[in-house]
Design a protein around this ligand. Structure first.
Ligand code: PLP
Length: 362
């Protein structure tokens, strides 16, 4: 097989990367926690608007380097969300056809975004997206990217400018440059696999805490290690939480896992949007609620240090869901108790109400 097209294709992706800037690391200002610093790595500023820009770039480079994609290979993916949008961007960059296999119920707005980058959408029953993707790839002589299998291995975990490497570089001049915790929620699990391996390989003392939303099997899998676990319900937090154990989720590099209720995620999403002056997505709320719990515990133990999580995407994508009070009331439920907890956190650094004993000693 002649190598000239593949050489050209890789050069296109590398040039696109060279034109890109690193994403910001945003420091929060929380007077109630004077000895604890919290940072958000802002992945909403990639050209396609989410951390999936990194994944799509890695998956294309991995497939090209493996000889899986040639000059006319149609690229197929099972994704209705951010991954398909980012992959459509890279397929267009390389002049390749791109087809997203998506559930029939997918919102028109998302279909529009995939089509904006020249992708096509193939609508099927939700349960059929994986088998349909594989079938279509075979029929079209195409390549099925399969993010839920390859996300964990497409990125260089040793460093080479991956997200963990970038974070540690950006932390160099901070007062606590080695974070106590990095917190991430799993969709494919690819980002937490990269971070977890990097922390070990680079011999950092940082702990990786993974936070799982409602209706996801990852948390139970982490404790029971049963790969056949499935859930009937679907995650309500876009981008994270899965009804089956995805092969790209690597539990052995995760130091601890926590469950974050979706109502807490929504309240935290609103809270951080107020702090930043702009809207973020709901998975960022899940991430940050985990961070705030850990920060509160550090404060209670008298520890100082830094915590880092990801701002995964912008809230502008979710104006008619997470930012619509009627939608939240109907689909998520009562978020009010968490709003109160977060208000308390801003004032006192405590999410949980003080025990009666603590109150009398105060
Ligand atoms: C994919 C995604 C995640 C999870 O990242 P993974 O690396 O797939 O585990 C979190 N938030 C959003 C918005 C995502 O699209």
């Amino acid at each position: 097989m002649p190598r000239s097209w593949v050489n050209w294709a890789i050069a296109q992706i590398e040039a696109d990367f060279q034109r890109s800037a690193d994403t910001h690391l945003i420091k929060l200002d929380l007077p109630a926690l004077p000895q604890i610093d919290i940072y958000l790595k802002d992945e909403s500023t990639h050209p396609t608007g989410s951390l999936k820009h990194r994944l799509a770039r890695s998956l294309f480079l991995y497939a090209l380097s493996n000889g899986w994609i040639q000059s006319n290979t149609p690229v197929i993916e099972s994704s209705s969300g951010s991954t398909a949008i980012s992959e459509a961007y890279f397929a267009r960059l390389l002049g390749l056809p791109f087809i997203a296999v998506i559930p029939k119920s997918t919102a028109q707005k998302k279909i529009d975004q995939i089509e904006f980058y020249g992708g096509r959408c193939h609508l099927v029953e939700p349960k059929d997206i994986y088998t349909e993707s594989a079938r279509l790839a075979k029929e079209m002589n195409g390549h099925y990217m399969d993010q839920f299998t390859y996300a964990e291995r497409a990125t260089d975990w040793r460093g080479n400018n991956n997200i963990a490497d970038a974070i540690f570089n950006q932390m160099k001049r901070e007062r606590f440059p080695e974070p106590r915790y990095i917190v991430m929620s799993p969709g494919t699990g690819g980002t937490s696999a990269t971070i977890g391996r990097y922390l070990r390989y680079q011999q950092h003392n940082t702990e990786l805490c993974v936070v799982d939303p409602d209706n996801s099997v990852f948390f139970e899998y982490y404790h029971r290690r049963d790969p056949s676990l499935v859930s009937d319900a679907c995650s309500r937090i876009e981008g994270i939480g899965r009804p089956r154990v995805e092969p790209s989720f690597i539990p052995d590099v995760v130091d601890q896992m926590r469950q974050v209720p979706d109502a807490a995620a929504i309240a935290t999403m609103e809270w951080i949007s107020g702090q930043l002056g702009r809207k973020v997505g709901a998975s960022t709320g899940t991430n940050l609620y985990g961070v705030l719990q850990l920060a509160e515990e550090m404060q209670q133990r008298g520890e100082s240090g830094s915590l880092i999580t990801l701002l995964c995407d912008s809230g502008e994508r979710y104006l008619d869901s997470y930012y619509c009070p009627e939608w939240v009331a109907e689909r998520i439920g009562d978020v009010h108790p968490y709003r109160e907890a977060l208000h308390r956190f801003s004032q006192t650094g405590r999410l949980t109400a003080p025990t009666p004993q603590e109150a009398t000693h105060a």
